[in-house]
Design a protein. Structure first.
Length: 211
């Protein structure tokens, strides 16, 4: 059997690692934690970061959730919307289109038939404009939020923290975590921005300011 140069090099590295003693490594964990900001400041910082990522931000009260969701979906022309099984159905009470509850038996490619998806969120980081989804019943499986071209994500201001350490501290490490920082986007070799390559092309964030 012919051995490639790559296999030879990797084999030598493996041999060297096997012979070398494994040193103890101490990973520093002196992260900045416990930072806090007033509600208005967290909202302003989070909104600024989201807008910078080209997400659309819609602040509202809890009572206005259904009307805001309906307005966003109507503005986007979404007539068939997917939702996770555990989403609060009252959020869709004012929406006059078709709502389809997701099921794990539905193959991910079939989710492309949806005009968009509406989910809740687990926690968000104001400093980076990042929304964390953890696969909870009101957020659904990862495919549901990656395949459709539109994601309407409802965020409670009480779940928005200042920094990444504060956000991670609220997450359960055993849950599948998806991090969202604006619509999916990348750049080609000429630095031309292309959106919708790895996820939704459009992200609408509804921030409930009194929850």
């Amino acid at each position: 059997m012919t051995t490639t140069a790559r296999e030879t090099v990797l084999g030598r590295i493996r041999d060297a690692l096997a012979l070398a003693p494994a040193p103890e490594v101490t990973v520093p964990r002196a992260y900045r934690t416990g930072r806090a900001l007033p509600d208005a400041d967290r909202l302003a910082l989070f909104t600024d970061r989201l807008v910078d990522y080209r997400a659309e931000v819609h602040p509202c009260t809890a009572e206005e959730t259904a009307a805001t969701v309906a307005t966003v979906l109507a503005t986007r022309g979404a007539r068939l919307v997917g939702i996770p099984a555990g989403l609060d159905r009252t959020w869709l009470a004012a929406y006059d289109g078709e709502v389809r509850e997701d099921d794990a038996a539905v193959a991910p490619p079939a989710l492309d038939a949806l005009d968009g998806v509406v989910t809740a969120s687990a926690v968000s980081c104001a400093e980076t404009g990042t929304i964390f989804l953890d696969g909870s019943p009101d957020q659904g499986r990862r495919a549901l939020t990656l395949v459709p071209d539109l994601h309407v994500c409802v965020v409670d201001l009480s779940s928005v923290v200042v920094g990444v350490p504060e956000a991670v501290a609220r997450l359960a490490p055993e849950r599948p975590t998806t991090l969202i920082s604006g619509p999916s986007a990348t750049s080609d070799i000429e630095l031309e921005r292309v959106e919708g390559v790895h996820g939704p092309r459009t992200l609408d964030v509804i921030i409930r300011t009194d929850v």
